[in-house]
Structures are given as structure tokens and as C-alpha cells.
Design a protein around this ligand. Structure first.
Ligand code: PLP
Length: 390
């Protein structure tokens, strides 16, 4: 029996089931089972060559040391230029803090505001790390319920009605994981207008999928609302857009009053992102963008295949996935719970997916399919599911 005395908050930390399902799928594959992985949320493309080359060159050029904790100045300037190009906004590079991936911004923002007695609102179903870290911080998680009939967008009136004097932070995410939902501009306008009455509330807008939209939609960034800049944390990064999940590179634009706090958290936590990766990040932002467009064309083609194929399965209905690379079908007509469906799909059909309940209680009745896999594999997976669901 261990005598180690771990801190109590460790027992409140959740996890991201995608990694658990990935491990299970890999184990089954190593036992010789033919597994199609529609579970993991990472592009199945290689990082474009010119980005890889920039990373290698930085290593050869001797960029082996620490960088400033908030990121190389030339990288932060490139981020500001990119945000101007994409969202038409002016961002001070000194408000940009570069971190190892999208997740650290989440962890820092939530632990910066979360403590016992505080309330933090988060999307449910949503990226599981939000609720996990809110609980870890000791704050009370207050769900923003996302419903299929609203295209999995939040309802601004509902969000505003849940704000109390204890609310410190509201987390929103569009385009969204796990639903592929995109929040309409009208709902964001309404939320921002209503926040005027609640100046004590900060917003974390997770825009990691900002370049992954379909049908010609434009991304609405919360940076486009100058009235909330002094309390907005806008998270974005390279992982999804440039197929760079393993490089670990992300950033956020922080309110001026928080920059010093988050920089100190970086110094305490990881010192800085590794230097070659930061040079690769500059090449990604400043180089040709056609690889991004090409990747999105593939995702769009697969999106159409998967949404149509899921709708053709008995007991399954699936709304269009408006963004990211996830379909979130309603499987309640099969009579299975989300976790039963996940297990059945993996065990009987060799198709790895993730139960909607891994993304919060509101995910019951849904399963997340990532279409970051080839069109052939998606078709084969749908075929296999057709055989076990009839
Ligand atoms: N935010 C959302 C909504 C995500 O889905 C993910 C990854 O799946 C992240 C952030 C984290 O990205 P990263 O791998 O860069 O930490």
C-alpha cells in the first residue's frame, strides 16, 4: 500500500478519452485486428515540407537555447500579422503569448481564474479538458448546454442568465470539438452585448479550428469585438491548421492585465517552447497557405461522405458538420447508450469512435466520429457499421 500523500485536487482531474480509445485501438491493432481509427482528433496529413525544413534549418543554424518565455518576438509579430490578415484586427504582439500547443493556454486561463467559490462556464458537450481543469482548480463548473436543434451553438440569453457574481470566466469554442458546430454571429453579438452588464467576467474563446470551416462560411473571431479586448483570451495554434499536433505550438492573445501573470506561469511551467518549433511556426504563418486549402478540400469531401453515410445507418441521424473535422451523430434511435455504441463499434466492427459522454453529460445519445482519415477508410468504416446495425 502506497504511503504517498497526493494533493486532493489530483483526484478531481479528468482526462481526454481520445487518448484512452487510441491506446485501446492500438492494442487491438497490435493483436492483429483490422482497426479503422475515427477516434483521434488530429489531421492525418504530414506537416507541409517548407515548415519541416524551417524547423530543421533552425536546428542546424544553432537555435538550441532558451527563447523569451512568451515566445520569439519575430514569431509573435508574425502571429499579429496573421490575425490582421485573417480577422482584420490589430493585435499588439506583446499581448501574444506562445505556448506548447493549445492546451497550456486553457490550463493557465482556467487556473488563473479558478479557485474554490468561483464559477466557470464551459460548453457541454465540449472539449473535456475544460471541465477537467475547472474541477482541478476547485472552481464550480457551470455547463453551457449545447443542443443539436441549435446546430450545437450556445444560446446567448441562456449563457447570460447563468452569470452570477461568482462567475469569473466563460469558455466558448467555435468551430467546436466534438460537435463540428459553428456559433452564428448573431449569437456572439448578443453574448458580447450582454457582457457589458458583467464587467467582472473574462472570456476564453477557443478558436483552434478557426480555419476549418465549410460551405464558404467566414470565421467570427472574438477579437473582432474591441469592447471585450480587455477581458478576452483568444486561443489559437498550429496543431490543426498546419497538421502540427506533435510539434506542440500554440498561442493566445491575452488582455494586457493578464500578460504578466501568464508569462510568469510559462516561466514556472516550461520556460519557453523549443526554439526550432517556433521557427517552424514562423514559416507556417508567413509561407504559402495552399497546403491548408488542400487539406480542407480533402476534409470537405470526407465530411460529405461521412454525414451522408451516417444518416443512412438505421437508428442514426447526423446534422451537417459545419466546421472542424468531426461528425456528431445522434445514435439514440439504435437503442444504445453512447458508451455501448462506442464499445460495439470498436469490438464488433473494428471502428474506433468516441462516446459523446466523454465530452460531458450532454453528449449522451451521441458518438464523435473524426473524419481525419482517408475517404476509403471512412467508406469501409460506414460499411462495417451498416453490417452490425441492421
Ligand atoms: N482546443 C480544442 C477545442 C481541441 O479540440 C484541441 C485538441 O483536440 C485543443 C484545443 C488542443 O490542441 P493542442 O493539441 O494544440 O494542445
Amino acid at each position: 500500500m502506497s504511503k504517498l500523500q497526493f494533493a486532493q485536487n489530483l483526484y478531481r482531474l479528468g482526462t481526454e478519452s481520445a487518448f484512452v480509445v487510441l491506446a485501446r485501438a492500438q492494442k487491438l491493432a497490435s493483436e492483429g485486428k483490422d482497426i479503422i481509427n475515427l477516434g483521434i482528433g488530429q489531421p492525418d496529413f504530414a506537416t507541409p515540407d517548407h515548415i519541416v525544413e524551417a524547423g530543421i534549418k533552425a536546428m542546424r543554424d544553432g537555435h538550441h537555447g532558451y527563447t523569451p518565455a512568451n515566445g520569439l518576438p519575430q514569431l509573435r509579430a508574425a502571429v499579429a500579422r496573421d490575425l490582421n490578415r485573417r480577422h482584420g484586427v490589430d493585435v499588439n504582439p506583446d499581448h501574444v503569448v506562445v505556448v506548447p500547443g493549445g492546451k497550456p493556454t486553457m490550463f493557465f486561463a482556467i487556473t488563473m481564474f479558478g479557485e474554490p467559490g468561483a464559477e466557470i462556464m464551459y460548453p457541454n458537450p465540449g472539449f473535456p479538458i475544460y471541465e477537467s481543469v475547472i474541477r482541478y482548480s476547485g472552481a464550480t463548473p457551470v455547463p453551457i448546454e449545447l443542443r443539436e436543434e441549435n446546430g450545437f451553438s450556445f444560446n446567448a440569453d441562456e449563457v447570460l442568465s447563468k452569470i452570477t457574481p461568482k462567475t469569473r470566466l466563460i469558455i466558448i469554442n467555435s468551430p467546436a470539438n466534438p460537435t463540428g458546430g459553428v456559433t452564428p454571429k448573431a449569437e456572439i453579438d448578443k453574448l458580447v452585448a450582454g457582457l457589458d452588464q458583467h464587467p467582472h467576467v473574462a472570456i476564453l474563446s477557443d478558436e483552434i479550428y478557426s480555419q476549418m470551416l465549410y460551405d464558404g462560411q467566414d470565421h467570427v473571431s472574438l477579437l473582432q469585438y474591441p469592447e471585450i479586448r480587455d477581458r478576452l483570451i483568444m486561443l489559437d495554434g498550429w496543431s490543426k491548421t498546419y497538421a502540427m499536433t506533435g510539434w506542440r505550438l500554440g498561442y493566445a492573445v491575452w488582455p494586457e492585465s493578464a500578460v504578466e501573470h501568464v508569462t510568469r506561469l510559462c516561466i514556472n511551467d516550461h520556460s519557453c517552447v523549443n526554439a526550432p518549433t517556433q521557427f517552424a511556426g514562423i514559416a507556417a504563418l508567413e509561407g504559402p497557405q495552399d497546403a491548408v486549402a488542400d487539406m480542407m478540400a480533402h476534409f470537405d469531401q470526407r465530411r460529405k461522405i461521412i454525414v451522408a453515410g451516417l444518416n443512412a445507418l438505421p437508428g442514426v441521424t447526423c446534422t451537417d458538420s459545419a466546421g472542424a473535422f468531426y461528425a456528431f451523430p445522434n445514435i439514440s434511435g439504435t437503442g444504445l447508450t453512447a458508451i455501448e455504441a462506442q464499445n460495439l463499434f470498436l469490438d464488433q466492427a473494428g471502428v474506433a469512435t468516441i462516446a459523446g459522454t466523454s465530452f460531458g453529460s450532454m453528449g449522451e445519445g451521441y458518438v464523435r466520429f473524426s473524419y481525419a482519415n482517408s475517404a476509403e477508410n471512412i467508406e469501409a468504416a460506414l460499411d462495417r457499421l451498416g453490417k452490425i446495425l441492421t
